[in-house]
Design a protein around this ligand. Structure first.
Ligand code: VGL
Ligand code: ZN
Length: 196
């Protein structure tokens, strides 16, 4: 059987309602992701959670020439995982966007606390198939999925466990089409659970 991992992208306070860069209904990704994470962990599968983890001064933020309001600054409450997110014991955390010059949208640009890349962790665990959900569809989910495909992973995007920023109303829809064209499969969490 092919080894499957779940990548939970950026389910942090600042991307949820009330946060500095709130994604509409961002917190609604939490129940399906909790269910899938629990099931996968129960089966001995790997769960990974990325987090946007910016320095206070970065070109990612509008005040330093970037696009975004200040959000997910390292070690602030806004950067913490949403309290409703239940990460199983052994979940591997990937911090990204830690530089001062780059956006760091993709989890493949991030590192674990002990300096490993996502690709190194997945390879070490023999992971071939990646289930991906979280925030935001049109930025970090999109970038992580496209990178995963480039690295040769089979990717399933969990359609009920993602929400987008939608600076333009159809950004998430376009991102989904782009991910699909690049080779990702789209599936609901319950279908992914049944397929386990
Ligand atoms: C993200 C915008 C800015 C994301 C991160 O996690 O999708 N979006 N920084
Ligand atoms: Zn960011």
């Amino acid at each position: 059987m092919r080894s499957t991992a779940l990548l939970i992208v950026d389910v942090q306070n600042d991307f949820c309602p009330g946060g500095a860069l709130a994604v509409s209904e961002g917190d609604q990704v939490i129940p399906p992701l909790n269910a899938l994470a629990a099931e996968l962990a129960h089966q001995g599968g790997l769960v990974l959670a990325s987090r946007d983890w910016h320095p206070r001064e970065t070109k990612h933020f509008a005040e330093f020439g970037g696009q975004w309001p200040v959000h997910c600054v390292q070690n602030t409450p806004g950067a913490a995982f949403h309290p409703g997110l239940k990460l199983p014991e052994g979940t591997i955390i990937i911090s990204k966007g830690t530089g001062t010059e780059d956006d760091g949208y993709s989890a493949f640009e991030g590192r674990t606390d002990d300096g490993r890349t996502l690709d190194e962790v997945l390879k070490a665990h023999g992971v071939q198939r990646l289930l991906v959900g979280g925030l935001a569809t049109d930025y970090c989910v999109r970038a992580s999925v496209l990178d995963a495909l480039q690295h040769g992973y089979e990717v399933i995007v969990l359609t009920d466990a993602i929400r987008g920023v939608n600076l333009q109303p159809d950004d998430s829809e376009r991102a989904l089409q782009e991910m699909q064209r690049a080779g990702a499969r789209l599936m609901t969490t319950s279908d992914a659970l049944r397929a386990q």
